[in-house]
Design a protein. Sequence first.
Length: 120
Amino acid sequence: MNLSFATRELQNATVVDLKGRIVFGDEVATLRDKVKKIITEQHRAVVLNLREVSYIDSGGIGCLVGLYTSAHQAGLELRLACPNEKVAHVLKITKLMPVLGAYPDETSALCACNPKSAIA
């Protein structure tokens, strides 16, 4: 299954709704390009909604860490929302849940984004 995504602008962040698998290859490359464009061109915080992500591999984890780093270097925030059990398990065993800022729902992730991190 390919990775598909849709974006929405809510409050002080761009929400990226992901569906499918975040795996090494075209999926990771497309996700990385899309989110980096939001960070560099729109200069907005990003919330990745993982509710419909069925699988994430090491390439996907590496992508999330890289996007987190890119956002942080730009003075912005990247948060994860709604990780399902499989994704949450991977984030927990890699000890990235608290680092990347994973929240049980989209509202919590949005609230965790610094309002000053986005240009209105």
